[in-house]
Design a protein around this ligand. Structure first.
Ligand SMILES: [Zn+2]
Length: 103
């Protein structure tokens, strides 16, 4: 069960990493764009930046979850030490806190 989840999370990390490199690819394209399009490019760059940091944060959370699976602390709330409810983990496999502590 945990192994299966680990595979899923690993796949998700790979997807996100691909997304991050696709964003870098777009940046490179953007620099070659016409000067007249620079303003639009800059706005676009902000959106891409936001997407990139979101993806990086998620990668971090997912790798932390995998680390916790490996050391046996997966599914335990990092704040109160209680078990995180299964339905919550299904929705948010990388959750580090139970519902009470997350709020
Ligand atoms: Zn908690």
């Amino acid at each position: 069960m945990t192994e299966q989840l680990k595979v899923q999370l690993t796949k998700r990390i790979v997807e996100l990493q691909q997304r991050v490199s696709a964003i870098h690819h777009d940046f490179a394209d953007g620099r070659d764009a016409d000067w007249s399009e620079q303003a639009g490019e800059r706005e676009n760059e902000e959106v891409l930046n936001a997407l990139e940091s979101e993806a990086k944060i998620e990668i971090q959370h997912l790798s932390n979850a995998i680390t916790r699976m490996e050391n046996g602390s997966y599914g335990i709330c990092q704040t109160c030490g209680e078990e995180i409810a299964k339905p919550r983990l299904q929705v948010q496999p990388a959750a580090e806190k139970c519902i009470q502590c997350a709020d």
